[in-house]
Design a binder for this molecule. Structure first.
Ligand code: FAD
Length: 471
């Protein structure tokens, strides 16, 4: 039990907000978790530092006080990693970084300094009126911290790479409680490791991100009858495999299956980061008869302000593949066969989304981040399989079914020689091994860097949540 540690934190960090079970602040934070699996964990206390220095004191007490010897901890951002224990902990200390959410820019607005606990909407709402943006998450409620440390796919990624590739400086607290800056000239190894290496190195308090220019953009959705899926797959594959990929374009094409109605739907969210309603690259998609067209020219902070979902159980799984309409057709058949009769109490919704990973996207970070992706891999596509269901009693069965679906899809891709190695961290299930998917050299570098900056393995063992380098 970590209650003694909570008492030590309250007494040794004067002014620190320490919320105990069943207090208003504690219950509010618990309710803010995006997935039920996370919301149902019960930390002994939740601490909310308001500054980097306060957060450094918290880490110092956690790693040096006798009262905290047996207390493990978790770091919580904006809670969008669904797996239990990634950003919350039973009987430990949860550090909520959302108290550090300020957004500022330098004089010429070329760099935005964003507090680790900010949401992407916080950043977009501040930057849009300046004609600037950052390459962050598409749903504004997602956290700057988790998304950036796991890579980050943005509407701007075809132009500037993963979100982490746009970081010019991380302010980070090491296991000793020391606050350091990691950038190209200071702690350059840590700088690279943090670009995809997740929470294995420290608690990041601030991200300095290179900005991009923005005015209004094209966004929204386009839905087609499921009978047109072949044409939609072909349009998606043509866009994603284009030799001269249009760097303004970023599209997600998704299949939705509801186990109660046993109905499928197919839709796409084509975005263009210029105010053009009918960009040429999307012509093949526009040519398919649609049942709904909600595309519009809008501001990013409006597009990113999505309606929140009610509390549900969630699971993410992922895989990366060569781009092919034929593969997508065969994947659909495999998924349909595996899922069709699975219907847990109160039902389940499956969302299987595909997005391009073109060479223009992987080029900026090749050899500079710790994701291990390279333009040499050619144009690829990433699958995000999400499942959402209300009945927590079905969690184990859903997990087994999702694993079966992913294996059925991977089997088809393997047979066609189209299964690729990359497992994108931010979309991975806890049972997948994204950090290991990046190639032996890469994971060796991550492990060495973690041992250098955290020789006692605090962020490996005392903070067990997330994808760990040492297991
Ligand atoms: C609705 C939705 C939309 C999404 N859209 C996108 C998208 O457009 N692009 C994309 O790439 N991904 C997207 N994702 C995936 C998302 O990037 C991951 O779920 C990410 O982990 C969420 O980060 P968070 O801070 O909100 O979550 P949290 O659950 O709070 O944190 C996730 C992990 O990061 C660690 N962490 C958070 N902050 C810090 C910090 N300051 N220092 C150290 N460790 C930290 C936590 O310990 C935890 O392990 C989306 C997810 C959802 C649910």
């Amino acid at each position: 039990m970590a209650f003694a540690c909570c008492t030590a934190l309250a007494s040794q960090c004067p002014g620190l907000a320490v919320a105990l079970p069943d207090s208003l602040a504690y219950n509010k934070t618990e309710l803010s978790y995006w997935s039920l699996q996370e919301a149902t964990l019960r930390p002994s206390c939740i601490v909310t530092p308001q500054t980097s220095h306060e957060a450094a004191s918290v880490i110092r007490v956690l790693t040096s006080s006798n009262a905290c010897e047996d207390a493990d901890f978790a770091i919580k951002g904006r809670t969008h990693a669904p797996a239990a224990g990634f950003a919350n902990i039973d009987n430990g200390v949860t550090i909520d970084v959302t108290g550090m959410s300020s957004v500022k820019t330098n004089e010429d607005h070329s760099v935005a300094s964003v507090g680790a606990g900010a949401s992407w909407l916080d950043a977009y709402a501040y930057l849009d009126p300046l004609g600037k943006s950052v390459a962050g998450g598409r749903n504004g409620a997602v956290g700057v911290g988790g998304l950036t440390l796991g890579g980050g796919i943005s509407y701007f990624s075809p132009r500037v790479g993963f979100t982490c590739d746009t970081v010019v400086n991380f302010e980070v607290i090491l296991a000793t409680g020391e606050l350091v800056n990691a950038n190209a000239s200071h702690h350059a190894d840590l700088f690279r490791a943090l670009k995809g290496g997740t929470n294995n190195f420290g608690l990041v308090t601030r991200f300095d991100l290179a900005t991009v220019d923005i005015s209004k953009i094209l966004g929204g959705s386009l839905a087609n009858d499921i009978s047109h899926r072949g044409a939609v797959f072909k349009a998606f594959a043509d866009i994603a495999s284009a030799k001269n990929y249009d760097v303004r374009a970023s599209i997600v094409t998704g299949l939705l299956y509801n186990s109660t109605s046993k109905g499928w739907a197919v839709s796409s969210t084509p975005v263009y980061t210029l105010p053009e309603l009918r960009p040429k690259i999307y012509e093949p998609l526009f040519a398919i008869p649609n049942i709904s067209d909600k595309l519009e020219i809008t501001h990013l902070h409006v597009l990113a302000n999505e309606t929140a979902t009610p509390p549900l159980n969630w699971q993410f799984w992922t895989g990366t593949y060569s781009v092919s309409a034929n593969l997508l057709d065969r994947m659909f058949d495999a998924i349909n066969t595996t899922l069709y009769t699975f219907n847990p109490p109160e039902g389940i919704v499956w969302d299987i989304a595909f997005e391009p990973l073109p060479t223009v996207f992987t080029a900026p970070g090749a050899g500079k981040n710790s994701l291990g992706t390279s333009p040499d891999d050619g144009n690829q596509m990433i699958m995000l399989l999400s499942a959402l269901w209300p009945d927590s009693g079905s969690n184990a069965k859903v997990h087994a079914k999702a694993a079966e679906v992913v294996e059925s899809v991977n089997k088809v891709a393997r047979e066609m020689g189209m299964l690729r190695e990359f497992v994108y961290t931010n979309y991975a299930d806890w049972s997948q091994r994204p950090l290991e998917s990046n190639g032996g050299e890469n994971v060796r570098f991550l492990r060495e860097t973690a041992r250098k900056y955290d020789p006692d393995g605090v962020f490996q063992r005392k903070m067990p949540g997330g994808f760990k380098l040492e297991r």
